[in-house]
Design a protein around this ligand. Sequence first.
Ligand SMILES: CC(C)(COP(=O)(O)OP(=O)(O)OC[C@H]1O[C@@H](n2cnc3c(N)ncnc32)[C@H](O)[C@@H]1OP(=O)(O)O)[C@@H](O)C(=O)NCCC(=O)NCCS
Length: 249
Amino acid sequence: MTFLKAGLIKRHIDENIYEEKYIMRLLEANELENVVKLQNYVYSQLPNKQVLYMDSYQEMLDDMKSGAKIIGVYNEQNNLIAYRYIGFPGENDKNLGNDISLPKQEFNKVVHLETTVVHPEYRGNSLQSLTLQQVVPLVKAIGYKHLLCTVSPQNFYSLFNVMRNGLKIKALKRKYGTEADGKDGLWRFILHRDIDVTAFQNPIKLFSTHLSNIEEQKKLIDESYVGFWLFKDSKMLSYVKFDEYAAAL
Ligand SMILES: CC(C)(COP(=O)(O)OP(=O)(O)OC[C@H]1O[C@@H](n2cnc3c(N)ncnc32)[C@H](O)[C@@H]1OP(=O)(O)O)[C@@H](O)C(=O)NCCC(=O)NCCS
């Protein structure tokens, strides 16, 4: 069992707030049933089902056999209250490096930040951020450096958390469709962070647009702008173009 972190968190039940102990650790394959149970519960409570792409038990089990990891958070009653699932797509066609034109030789250093869910009673403890922060040293130690994920433009909370942890919007497209042209898919941002990059080139152009303005964002991305920052109150996104775009990757 790989222990990662422990501490206190707040649990919200109706108007009441209780403090509880939690433990964060890597999960074993025999805990996948807890993962699926939590995923299904969180999905059932979602007002907008489009924001969460569900993974099946079998998909996660197969993935774990080929190296995927799940960071889990348990409360003091030993119930799973949050998890973050990460995968290593390698040469697979599903590698999100394809969506952001990452050089092929980098594909073996790509980590997919797959699903993250937090039980509604435990939201507001930054568990999405805290689990992401654990991913960085974990994957760095085994030679990975590109964090990639998809987030729905309708999932403000997740987008905000992912961007505040340094991932930048590099593409906006329909994903998970069944048609060959992907037209029936769901809108997703593709975000990326190279964990070895600590400084950016000077921006030469800046543009702000509202999170809901898909067309404008697509145009900006086509013009090599990168979605850099999301403002919490206004839901405005800052897009930035760098002097040497390649140097900022
Ligand atoms: C996205 C998610 C993981 C974030 O959970 P989290 O880490 O607990 O969020 P934070 O701690 O950053 O929450 C910050 C604030 O937003 C609120 N918030 C977070 N998620 C919220 C949600 N889905 N609906 C309403 N409010 C939410 C929190 O209550 C908190 O409010 P406060 O500042 O008044 O205390 C969680 O909302 C969730 O499980 N959503 C459903 C699954 C999902 O969309 N996952 C991401 C895609 S895979």
